[in-house]
Structure formats: C-alpha cells, structure tokens
Design a protein around this ligand. Structure first.
Ligand code: HEM
Length: 518
C-alpha cells in the first residue's frame, strides 16, 4: 500500500512539473490584457492549464496547422479565438474583418514574438524584429526600393533576364527540367546586384550555395516554429537541428563577410563614412553597416541583418515566377492568351520590355495574381499592441493575431473557381466586386512587403521574355500538385517543364512565307 501511495505521489509530482513546464513554454512574452468575446472553437476541448494546446499536439508543419485550424474553425467562419495555455490567439478568416483590422494596422504592426523568434537564428534584420531595430532598417530599405529607382533596377533586371533566357535556350528540346532551378539564380543575381550592390554572377557559377542553404534554413525555421519544446533556446541548442543550423551558418558566413568587407573598401575609396550623421546609404549592405554602428551591434548581427532581404528578395519571386510558368504549361489555352498579349505589346521584338510596355501587359498581371493566389505567403502572425473592436468583437492588447491568407484566397464566397487556376478571377469587374481583404499577397499596413514593385516588375519582365521565346509544356496536372509550406507555398512535385523555342517556330514560319512568295 505504501509503495502504491509513493508511486501515486511520484506520478502526480511528475505530472504537475510537466504541466508547469508546458505552461511556462506556452506563456507568451506579451500576455493578453483582459479577455475577448470572440467565439472559441466548437469542436476543440479546452483544458484547465493547457487551454486548447492539445488540439495542436502532433502538428508538425504549417500544412497540418492550417488543417487543424480549419477543423476547429467549423462554424466560426469569420473570426475565432483559442487559448494555448495562457496565450490568447485570434484567427481571422473573413475579408471584411481583415479590412477593418487593416484600418487598425498601427495597433497590430508588431510581429508575433514566439512565431517569428525561430527566424532570428538566420535573420537578425528587419523581417523578424519590431520597434527601433526594425525601423532603422525598414525606412532606408523603403527609400532604396522606391518606385523612382525602378528605372535603374530595370537595366540590371533586363541584363540578367537575357542571361536567364540564354541558359534556358540550352534546355530547348532537351526534355524535362525544373524551371525553379534557373529562376532561383536569376532572382538571386538581381537581388544581389540591384539591392546590395554585390556582383550578381550566380547564374554563371554557383559559388555561394545560397538557394540550397536558404531552402534548408526555411525548413528548419518552420520545424522550430511548430515544436513547442524548441521555444526554449536552451533546449533547442542541444538538438541535432541546431547543430545543422550551426554548420549552415558557417558555410554562409564567409560570403556575407566578403560582402561587408567589399562594401567597407568601397566606402573608404569613395570617402563616405557610415558613422557620419549625414550618411545616406546607397545599398542595403550600407544600410546594415550604418544600423550596426548606430545600434552598437556585433559583427555577427550585422552580417545576418541583410541576409533576410536576400532570401525575401529572391525566394518569393522565384517561387511565384516558376509557379506561373508551370501553371501556364499545365493550361496551354492561358499560355496562348498570354503569348498573344506579348505579341500585341512587343510585336516581334525579343528585347526586354520597358516600364511602359510592362504596364500594358494586363493579362500577364492577371496570370501573376492568380498564381500568387495559389502560392502566396500562407500566413502571418501579429501581436495586438493596443485594444480595438470590430463588429463588437474585442481584440485585446497582447493577443496574437493569426491571419491565414491561404484560406482567404480560396474561400468560395470570394472566388468563382477557388481551386482552379483561372486568371479571369482578376478581370477588372471581378476585382471590383470582391472585398480588398480577400486578396493581400503582399501583406498590409506598416509591414507590407517593401519589395512588392521590385518583385512584380522583375517577375513580369522575366515572364515576358520567357513567353516570347519559349513554349512550355508539362505532363503534370494542376490537381496533382500538393504544396509544401515554406516562405511561399512550393509545389511538392517541383516545377517540371519541357520547352521548345518559339524563335525557331517564327523562323520556320518566315521561311515558309518566303518560299511561298518565290
Ligand atoms: C512575388 C514576390 C513577393 C511576395 C509575394 C512577397 C510577399 C510578402 C509578404 C506577404 C510580406 C509580409 C509578411 C508579413 O506581414 O509578415 C512580405 C514582407 C517582406 N518582403 Fe516581400 N514579397 C515578395 C517579394 C519581395 C522582394 C523582391 C523583396 C526584397 C527586395 C521582399 C522583401 C520583403 C521584406 C524585407 C519583408 C519584411 C518587411 C517587414 O517586416 O517590414 N519581398 N513580403
């Protein structure tokens, strides 16, 4: 009997300690002040210490998280609240509520600390930060990426797109290949050269292993986001994943260091001093150096503070453009329409389009937007910094906001054919009918994507050059594709296409015409 009592006591103690530890891990850096009247899930049980945390037990990736949220949001179509231990999370899945949230965007500008903390292993820059560290980097980045600088960028973009097309030319008639492999290096080169003033030569030779390292890091970040035990930096540092992360950073560091050293040399030779209060940075490495001096940052912090702009710059646009080409290959009728528009705007030119010509490619815009609807950033997470109310629902200070764009971009009430690739969703009259909150692929408010114009223009330019030179085909079907939740949604089947040259086709047509006129 005594043994049994001791055993029970020991078990109870272990249980209490475990629950205490879990509760500590679930306790947010910023706790919600007060409660909310936003309805809780219908089908999920709330436990005394854990709240709804058990519902998320076993969720290992973003795809499973979305599935779980959809399941528990049954009957909560607009907005739902749930508790992870003491942490209050509000999930928005209605365009109008999101629009009203945007009008309170200064009250939900800060990124949600726990969700974005794992990003900080690789990105000590603006992406995962809030407050002064964020604004010291964000303001100069907005200046660099301002529309008035786009003309200079377009020259670099056109030059790199020409190289891309030459590389792709070698693939003509050579069978199936993955288009994203080529797009990664094109977008990496333009990001390096235009935004960081680092020579973009990776299309010729991959000396940095950047795309592969980026993909591994992103998987590691999301693994860490989902694993509750990894919220503790100490526990994470003991994990095999942290050891891998260390190795990847070792591989990356010399390249980032070289960029900073070269930038310092350039500053010295041009007599510009980043510690001078009148210093105006001309590229994003200079921004990072200046912010490092002002914020007393370590060398390591400076190195990884511009790394996020490289990843955000090339990865997003590469996924979007590769997906657009794959989707057009799957749908030859839309590819033909996009090609005809190219002929209308560009006639028989193979040159890069100008800004004005790009603006006349309306169908390409529709294709690009429809692509983003399927593959955009799946979700964002924010913290409410000051209480606000929408439709009588209270969003208390300190609550975490979770916005799943992916759900909004596929809601049947906003989209005629939600699960198809259907560029006509973006016909002007259809766009006018739809609430703006139903489609926000570049985010909103102060944290809106600073690279929107750069990303759209460089993608459209590459697509325009591609469509006029090549015809793409694939054996993949649209509904066979499943998606991996990375920064964007990435096709789990890759981006396999075959291409033939339109140039040859045009030459043949010309030859036939010449022959028949003889
Ligand atoms: C098709 C291309 C792109 C898409 C769909 C896209 C999408 C997004 C989205 C949705 C966000 C907001 C994330 C959030 O609110 O948490 C974001 C943020 C960001 N994007 Fe983009 N982006 C693209 C291209 C680019 C490019 C080309 C750059 C850089 C040149 C860039 C740099 C950034 C940065 C630095 C942030 C963080 C901004 C902040 O937190 O203040 N993006 N992007």
């Amino acid at each position: 009997m005594e043994i049994l009592t001791s055993l029970l006591l020991a078990l109870t103690t272990v249980l209490c300690v475990t629950l205490f530890v879990i509760r500590r891990l679930l306790t947010p850096a910023v706790s919600a002040k007060g409660t909310t009247n936003i309805p809780e899930p219908v089908v999920a049980r709330k436990w005394p210490i854990l709240g709804h945390a058990l519902v998320f037990y076993g969720v290992n990736n973003m795809k499973e998280l979305l599935r779980t949220l959809k399941r528990i949001a049954y009957k909560r179509e607009k907005v739902m609240s749930f508790y992870m231990g003491p942490k209050l999370v509000i999930n928005i899945s209605d365009a109008k509520i999101l629009e009203a949230t945007i009008s309170n965007s200064s009250k939900c500008q800060n990124k949600e600390a726990e969700f974005y903390h794992p990003f900080e292993s690789y990105f000590t820059g603006l992406f995962a930060k809030n407050g002064k560290v964020w604004s010291a980097l964000r303001r100069p980045l907005d200046r660099l990426l301002h529309a008035k600088n786009m003309d200079n960028f377009l020259n670099i973009i056109a030059e790199k797109a020409e190289i891309l097309c030459c590389k792709l030319g070698d693939q003509c008639g050579q069978g199936v290949f993955d288009i994203k492999h080529f797009m990664d290096y094109y977008f990496l080169d333009i990001t390096l050269e235009a935004i960081l003033n680092v020579p973009g030569t990776q299309q010729f030779e991959d000396t940095m292993n950047f795309p592969k390292l980026a993909a591994r890091m992103i998987v590691a970040v999301f693994t860490r986001v989902m694993k509750i035990e990894y919220r503790s930096d100490w526990i994470y540092s003991l994990s095999p994943l942290a050891r891998k992360e260390y190795k990847w950073k070792e591989e990356l560091r010399p390249h980032l260091k070289e960029m900073v050293n070269n930038c310092h040399k350039h500053l010295e030779t041009t007599g510009r001093d980043p510690s001078d209060s009148n210093f105006v940075p001309e590229n994003f490495v200079e921004v990072a150096i200046q912010a490092g001096i002002c914020g007393n940052k370590t060398e390591e912090d400076v190195l990884f503070s511009f790394h996020d702009v490289i990843i955000a710059g090339f990865d997003t646009s590469s996924v979007a453009s590769s997906s657009a080409i794959l989707f057009l290959a799957i749908h030859p009728e839309y590819q033909e329409r996009a090609y005809q528009e190219q002929i209308e705007v560009m006639k028989d030119s193979f040159e890069a389009p100008t800004k004005e010509q790009l603006s006349r490619m309306r169908y390409l815009d529709m294709v690009f937007n429809e692509t983003l609807r399927h593959v955009s950033v799946p979700a964002i997470a924010r913290t409410v910094s000051s209480q606000f109310t929408i439709d009588g629902y209270i969003f208390p200070e300190g609550a975490s906001l979770f916005i799943f764009y992916h759900t909004l971009f596929h809601k049947p009430e906003y989209w005629e054919r939600p699960n198809d690739f259907y560029p006509d969703h973006f016909l002007p009259e259809k766009v006018a009918e739809r609430p703006k909150g139903a489609f926000l692929p570049f985010g909103f408010g102060g944290r809106v994507c600073p690279g929107k114009l750069f990303g759209v223009q460089s993608s459209k330019l590459a697509l325009s050059m591609f469509l006029r030179r090549f015809k793409a085909a694939t054996s993949l079907k649209f509904d066979e594709i499943d998606y991996n939740y990375m920064v964007m949604l990435e096709s789990d089947k890759g981006y396999p296409i075959e291409i033939t040259s339109r140039q040859k086709h045009l030459e043949n047509k010309l030859q036939i015409a010449l022959n028949s006129s003889k």
